[in-house]
Design a protein around this ligand. Structure first.
Ligand code: BV8
Ligand code: ZN
Length: 256
């Protein structure tokens, strides 16, 4: 495990830059904060999505069973908002770093697809822990498909249905109380455990098991660099904390 030689009393961003440059295996964990400057509402912050809605009312299988029309209305509205947003400088800097660094993998909790839109090559496409606003899957058979369509939530009949078996379809998103995809979570945990450095950008670090990935890196001797506008449960154990917005700090941090 390589450890960058850190010059004494340098600025946090210099220390973070040295850590990332000296790391052979870098993993990045992003949350809604990385997309905030693209105009995508975060969940829990001021103006966040869940100010108007409560997570437990919408992002759960029970909510969908109780009122699929309301849940689809919320996801359709989010899909439309995000379609009008563009990747910001943080997404682009992370995508560029994934191409210039030998082993630099992006893992995201976000379902907005902005990392993938910033990626110019497959290896910059992130692991999407919680699924995607732009994928829909069947509630009955294994069929799942890319879906950028506008959702018509007028009635149960106009909601998306599976064109393979005709059953009601649902967003291909991991809701609270649902397990993450085994393969995706397994790969994310392996990447985090083997990383020399974990760069955490724009997450409140409240949602598990995603929030535990940075601890996995740290417990295996790696460093954690946190970029956020405020403290989170990870801040106290991070190797370096960079206080500020993703679109200003990340490009500066990763500039070659
Ligand atoms: C599961 C999809 C088990 C929906 C989401 C311990 C272990 C395991 C589970 C649990 C546990 N404790 C509790 C649980 C249950 C639960 C959980 O974690 N609850 C929390 C709330 C306590 N976890 C689950 O249910 C998970 N499932 O564990 O299953 C299981 C196993 C077997 C069989 C059955 C079950 C599933 C979790 C996934 C839930 N789905 N999203 C949707 O998107 O609609 S989670 C949701 O929160 C989003 O995906 C989001 O990504 C995620 C985390 O939020 P953030 O991305 O961090 O966003 P947030 O707004 O909170 O914060 C933004 C941050 O950015 C802030 O810090 C802010 O300061 C910062 N910021 C703002 N602007 C900027 C910025 N930073 C930089 N620059 C800026 N400009
Ligand atoms: Zn089906």
């Amino acid at each position: 495990m390589s450890r960058a030689v850190e010059a004494p009393d340098t600025q946090p961003i210099d220390r973070a830059r040295a850590l990332l440059r000296g790391a052979h295996h870098v993993v990045v964990l992003t949350g809604a904060g990385v997309s905030a400057e693209s105009g995508v509402p975060t969940f829990r912050g001021a103006g966040g999505l869940w100010r108007q809605y409560r997570a437990e009312d919408l992002a759960t299988p029970h909510a969908f069973a109780r009122d699929a029309r309301l849940v689809w209305e919320w996801y359709g509205w989010r899909r439309t908002i995000v379609s009008g947003c563009a990747p910001n400088a943080a997404h682009h800097a992370l995508a560029a770093a994934a191409l210039s660094h030998a082993d630099f993998r992006i893992i995201t909790q976000n379902v907005d697809g902005l990392h993938a839109r910033a990626a110019r090559e497959p290896r910059a496409i992130p692991l999407e822990l919680h699924g995607s606003l732009y994928r829909t899957r069947c509630t009955r058979c294994a069929h799942r498909w890319d879906d950028r369509s506008t959702v018509d939530a007028t009635s149960g009949d106009t909601l998306p249905h599976c064109d393979a078996c005709g059953a009601l379809a649902r967003p291909d998103i991991v809701w609270f109380g649902e397990a993450l995809d085994d393969a995706v979570l397994g790969e994310a945990m392996t990447l985090a455990a083997n990383a020399d450095a974990c760069l955490v950008v724009g997450t409140s670090a409240l949602v598990h098991p995603a929030a535990g990935l940075a601890d996995l890196t740290r417990r295996n001797g790696g460093s954690v660099v946190e970029v956020n506008v405020e403290d989170t449960p990870l801040t106290g154990s991070a190797t370096v904390v960079l206080r500020g917005t993703a679109a200003t700090i990340v490009p500066d941090l990763l500039a070659s």
